[in-house]
Design a protein around this ligand. Structure first.
Ligand SMILES: Nc1ncnc2c1ncn2[C@@H]1O[C@H](COP(=O)(O)OP(=O)(O)O)[C@@H](O)[C@H]1O
Ligand SMILES: [Mg+2]
Length: 265
């Protein structure tokens, strides 16, 4: 796969964002936030709680507009959300009254973009890939946390997005399930090279998954540091024991620590 065939480049320039609240001072979240997301790469965004990661994810996906600045995808300005282009992966994405399969086919059918037969076939393929074939007719309430996350991934991927924006997708899962989900996602990414923006506050998860880690400063925030993660792919958890992993971890910890110290000032 060469660079010319990859899509999903995001160019983010000069974002500024405030939240305006009735009778209170506005919250200044982003200030001159500029960076580029390389197509076909997995970029992780990290930053302290409240620094504006989710705000950035919503802007990248087109759900909220910045006060200033813009996001371009493959040269076109992002004007609003579009399931074929960018998906945000949220914990609440499954409707409890629909089966897993119904949840996955709902979006494409509602947009009348494909036939039921075609989309159902694609859904079943995705369910197989995520080890959920046996659960295709179950309701979300009958699934474990990890299974729900996998169903939500399938629900996003059925739209063949050019970019996946994942906002702390594995937060709240127990350690074993979280590791399993990381393996599912890294396999998927390494097979498809689907441009991914992955937000997390877990450093091990970040290094394990990333091609590059962007670190946000404290609010009003922008990207203050960018670390290349040159660990070989395909990756397995063995990399966590390598010299290079430890070097990258040390470098990242220094940046994260100096940011959190500035916040404490
Ligand atoms: N809708 C909103 N209205 C007012 N303030 C908000 C809103 N959403 C987020 N904020 C504030 O903006 C800041 C950044 O929030 P957020 O983007 O959720 O950060 P993060 O995801 O990094 O924790 C926080 O101080 C948060 O309280
Ligand atoms: Mg958040």
């Amino acid at each position: 796969m060469n660079a010319a065939t990859l899509s999903g480049e995001l160019v983010v320039s000069g974002l500024r964002k405030w939240y305006h609240r009735r009778d209170q001072a506005p919250v200044h979240v982003l200030e001159d936030c500029s960076f580029r997301i390389e197509p076909g790469k997995l970029t992780v965004v990290m930053g302290t709680s409240g620094c504006g990661k989710s705000t950035l994810a919503y802007i990248l996906s087109g759900y909220i507009k910045p006060d200033e600045g813009q996001v371009q995808m493959d040269g076109q300005p992002v004007q609003g959300p579009g399931p074929d282009r960018i998906m945000v992966f949220q914990e609440t994405a499954l409707w409890p009254w629909m089966t897993v399969t119904e949840n996955i086919v709902f979006g494409p059918l509602a947009r009348k973009s494909v036939s039921r037969k075609e989309v159902t076939q694609k859904a079943l393929e995705l369910l197989r890939k995520f080890g959920l074939s046996e659960f295709k007719d179950k309701y979300p309430g009958q699934l474990s946390g990890g299974m729900k996350r996998r169903a939500e991934l399938a629900q996003a991927l059925i739209n063949s997005p050019k970019v996946m924006v994942l906002d702390e997708p594995f937060r709240g899962l127990d350690v074993m399930t979280r590791e399993l989900m990381q393996e599912y996602y890294i396999k998927l990414f390494e097979e498809t090279r689907l441009t991914t923006v992955f937000i997390t506050s877990e450093l091990e998860e970040a290094i394990f998954l990333a091609d590059r880690i962007l670190i946000m400063g404290n609010a009003p925030s922008r990207i203050v540091s960018s670390l290349e993660v040159d660990l070989p792919r395909p990756r397995t958890f063995d990399v966590l024991a390598s010299e290079r992993y430890l070097e990258i971890k040390k470098e990242a910890l220094e940046v994260l620590f100096s940011e959190s110290m500035q916040q404490a000032d």
